[in-house]
Design a protein around this ligand. Structure first.
Ligand code: NAD
Length: 96
């Protein structure tokens, strides 16, 4: 059975990872909601792969958000931050 990293393609060699760091997203700091799984997680990893310097992964499920952040951290250019938050509750979000 494939582990999470293999499923989303982080198991690439270092040279391949470097080649995949396109200039497109280099240095970007991105904030992604619903990043605990599915499209949000894939988006977070794609930004990291393509050169973002920081990816803030937010999700209702803090544990899964932190898992995504750990996947982002596997890229040498990117730092991942996992955040538990409900984006449908803006007053609470602002208070955080
Ligand atoms: N998967 C598809 O093929 C597809 C196609 C078209 C549209 N969509 C839409 O795109 C969105 C994401 O799809 P997915 O398959 O990745 O869904 P998913 O259910 O796998 O993931 C959604 C993530 O968003 C989080 N989330 C939900 N409400 C939240 C909130 N209020 N605050 C913070 N996080 C919240 C969930 O905890 C979950 O981790 C959905 O709205 C879905 O309807 C998906």
């Amino acid at each position: 059975m494939m582990n999470l990293r293999e499923q989303i393609g982080i198991g690439l060699g270092r040279e391949m990872q470097e080649a995949e760091r396109t200039m497109l997203n280099q240095g970007l700091v991105v904030f992604i909601t619903g990043a605990g799984q599915g499209i949000g997680r894939a988006t977070a990893v794609t930004f990291a792969r393509e050169g973002a310097s920081a990816v803030i992964a937010a999700d209702l499920n803090e544990c899964k958000a932190k898992e995504t952040a750990a996947l982002v951290d596997a890229f040498p250019n990117a730092s991942g931050f996992g955040l538990g938050l409900d984006v449908s509750n803006l007053p609470r979000f602002r208070a955080q």
